[in-house]
Design a binder for this molecule. Structure first.
Ligand code: C2O
Ligand code: CU
Length: 458
């Protein structure tokens, strides 16, 4: 049994922007200005929090465009350090992927970069800094990207729900202990202020309202188990990609960077409430609560159809696939003895001295040579094995993969997947997008401390 508490972990309101969210750059372009800003992140009795945000807000402005559109986004960097923006989950040109040192140079202070994106897939995506990302994402450099289906299912409201985990000091400032060895070697940087920022912010709901909720876990490291009270419905998409068969909604567990799209009906009656609940051990913390008021509509609507599929291949076989092991090792209690780093074999002690604590296939940090070279059209099976004491949110750039299930069928298209200690699971994809693509743990503390590699498609 879960006990519900009314207290949020540190009670708070949504972050509010001080300046208008969307600034215009050149005609046809949207400006994303990375810079420091002050936002009232927690309650008014606390000081404003200095964050790093896009256009002075956290989350940054929601970018919304129709499927198939070309979108021009101009990054301007007003931070004191270099940055770059990655479009998480979007299948786009490699040159626009936003990975410094691999697909572009990091944009220095005062610099600009024009991202030219063609939006092949509809769904819920997000963008975030991919330079010094553990710190830059923890400080607020992220936002939502929604790509609309030409024929979206009919709902009364379409809301984004950004799940955030901040580590704040008692003065409500972002704690700057980014080199905390315990975080880097264990489950990562855990915050003390968890909130769900819902946009547009509701004040109340009506009985039988139909909602589309787009949940996104933007935490650097925290896995978020979340449930909703006062509504019933379905999970209709994961990581932006429509599910062929919507799943009945129960608890949702999202690793860092994972998303789900929900379509739910308000089943609470007038006088009741809708709650967003974060679960930790046996306690449910109410993050948001809204009254249900008014007559609403009289009855629930019929079950919905699945979302229209995106133009991504569905795997049918891996008979001719290239099998590639991807073994996760290291971290506290992992027993790793040595690993390769920058071409040399180092003892665990030497690795730690380099800030490297995790390896993929025995290698820490970004290797000079790719994990694999594949030709366009080839099917690849990544055999992921987690030989560490912690879960990892494994993320691949450039395309989505599908889990190869025991019975030979394939799971939903995903771009990030939680792999628990001791698990060995296969994920297959068709390499259809030329370029250099990263594979890394999206627990950004782990990524910082070595857990990353890359592959090339030619
Ligand atoms: Cu959302 Cu390489 O990351
Ligand atoms: Cu990890």
């Amino acid at each position: 049994m879960t006990t519900l508490t009314r207290r949020t972990i540190l009670k708070g309101a949504a972050a509010t922007a001080l300046l208008p969210a969307m600034l215009r750059a050149n005609p046809g372009e949207t400006l994303l200005r990375a810079g420091a800003a002050n936002v009232q992140l927690v309650e008014a009795e606390y000081p404003a929090t200095q964050v790093w945000g896009f256009n002075d807000s956290v989350p940054g402005p929601t970018i919304r465009a129709p499927q198939g559109a070309q979108t021009l986004l101009r990054l301007r960097n007003d931070l004191d350090q270099a940055t770059a923006v990655h479009w998480h989950g979007l299948r786009i040109d490699n040159a626009m992927d936003g990975v410094p040192g691999m697909t572009q140079d990091a944009v220095p202070r005062g610099g600009e970069f024009l991202y030219d994106l063609t939006l092949r897939d509809a769904g819920t995506y997000w963008y975030h800094s991919h330079n010094r990302s553990m710190e830059q994402v923890a400080r607020g450099l992220y936002g939502v990207m929604v790509v609309d289906e030409p024929e979206a299912p009919e709902v009364d409201r379409d809301l984004t729900v950004v799940l955030e985990d901040w580590r704040l000091t008692s003065e409500a400032q972002v704690s700057d202990d980014f080199d905390n060895m315990h975080d880097l070697s264990h489950a990562g940087r855990m915050g003390n202020f968890i909130q769900a920022v819902i946009d547009p912010a509701p004040t109340e709901f009506a009985p039988n309202e139909r909602l589309r909720l787009r949940l996104i876990n933007v935490a650097t490291d925290r896995i978020m188990p979340v449930s909703l009270r006062g509504v019933e419905g379905w999970i209709v998409a994961r990581d932006g990609m429509p599910l062929r068969t919507p799943e009945p909604l129960e608890m949702v567990v999202l690793g860092p960077a994972e998303r789900v799209d929900l379509i739910v009906d308000v089943t609470a009656e007038t006088g009741g409430e809708v709650l967003v609940v974060f679960h930790q051990r046996d306690t449910g913390y109410v993050l948001n609560e809204y009254p249900v008021t008014g007559p609403g509509t009289e009855s629930r609507r019929p079950m919905l159809q699945p979302l229209p599929p995106n133009p991504i291949a569905n795997l049918t076989s891996t008979d001719d696939a290239r099998k590639v092991p991807l073994l996760m090792q290291g971290g506290a209690m992992g027993g790793l003895q040595e690993g390769r780093y920058k071409g040399k074999t180092l003892s665990m002690r030497e690795l730690v001295a380099e800030g490297q604590l995790w390896t993929l296939n025995g290698e820490a940090g970004l290797p000079e040579t790719p994990l694999i070279e594949v030709s366009r059209g080839e099917t690849v099976v990544l055999s992921m094995g987690n030989d560490t004491a912690f879960p990892h949110a494994m993320h691949m750039h450039g395309t989505h993969f599908q889990e190869v299930l025991e019975d030979g069928t394939f799971g939903p298209h995903k771009d990030t997947v939680l792999v628990n200690p001791g698990e060995a699971r296969d994920f297959a994809f068709v390499a259809d997008n030329p370029g250099k693509w990263l594979i890394h743990c999206h627990m950004l503390s782990h990524q910082t401390a070595g857990m990353k590699t890359w592959f090339r498609v030619t």
